[in-house]
Design a protein around this ligand. Structure first.
Ligand SMILES: [Zn+2]
Ligand SMILES: [Zn+2]
Length: 226
């Protein structure tokens, strides 16, 4: 637990760099990169969260596709500065970026009340190697902001390949049976991850949460591939 503390301390003494362009900045993001955030503007598809021309309950993209979650939202597209932020979180776990930037972005994309916040787990070997789970950092920041508990019961049952290099079909197979859930779940769960691409990982976790008793599972990612 001391590593985030050391990071926070280091950030006090070393000049800050923008996570978007790596230039020196007064905060986690410089003004230029802030203005270049690839924000997903409404209207969006109420089911999958993709931008649409008109408010819709299903769109061309998600029509006929099965998701384990009831809805998906993301404040940013997975491109440009959005991609840089995800990269910074994944490889460096900047707690300050979560506090200053990611938590407000996520909170702004939440619609309605939720009972708890869950996160896509990392397998313990990957967690040991990386030292943190960026989805967990995001979920904890958001749960504190919203004043709801974090659901701790999702775990990784086995190691999976990095989804980045896989096709949609391979992604589904890669995450099948990869997660497990412990303990009962109640009410509406907000399931957090850094990026949603095909939705395979979020679907696998959401399906488990539903079977464990969740009334509704809503997926929330910082970015999504559009
Ligand atoms: Zn910048
Ligand atoms: Zn859709």
């Amino acid at each position: 637990m001391h590593e985030p503390y050391l990071k926070a301390l280091a950030e006090l003494f070393y000049p800050q760099r923008c996570v978007g362009c790596s230039r020196r900045a007064n905060d986690v993001l410089c003004r230029g990169c802030y203005e270049a955030l690839p924000v997903i503007e409404r209207p969006v598809c109420r089911r999958c969260g993709l931008p649409t021309a008109f408010e819709a309950y299903v769109c061309e993209d998600c029509k006929g596709r099965d998701f384990g979650f009831d809805s998906a939202r993301a404040p940013l597209k997975y491109e440009g500065v959005g991609e840089s932020i995800v990269h910074a979180l994944k490889y460096r776990g900047y707690t300050r970026v979560v506090e200053r930037l990611v938590t407000p972005l996520l909170a702004g994309a939440v619609e309605g009340d939720v009972d708890c916040v869950a996160f896509v787990p990392l397998h313990r070997l990957r967690l040991m190697k990386r030292g943190f789970n960026q989805a967990e950092l995001m979920a904890r920041g958001l749960a504190a902001e919203m004043g709801v508990p974090v659901f701790e019961g999702l775990g990784a049952a086995r190691r999976t390949r990095d989804q980045v290099e896989l096709s949609a079909g391979e992604r589904r197979a890669n995450v099948e049976g990869a997660f497990r859930v412990g303990g009962p779940v109640e009410g509406t769960v907000l399931l957090v991850d850094d990026v949603l691409t095909t939705g395979a990982t979020m679907s696998a976790c959401a399906g488990l949460l539903s079977r464990a008793g969740a009334r509704s599972v809503r997926a929330l990612s910082l970015c999504r591939a559009c």
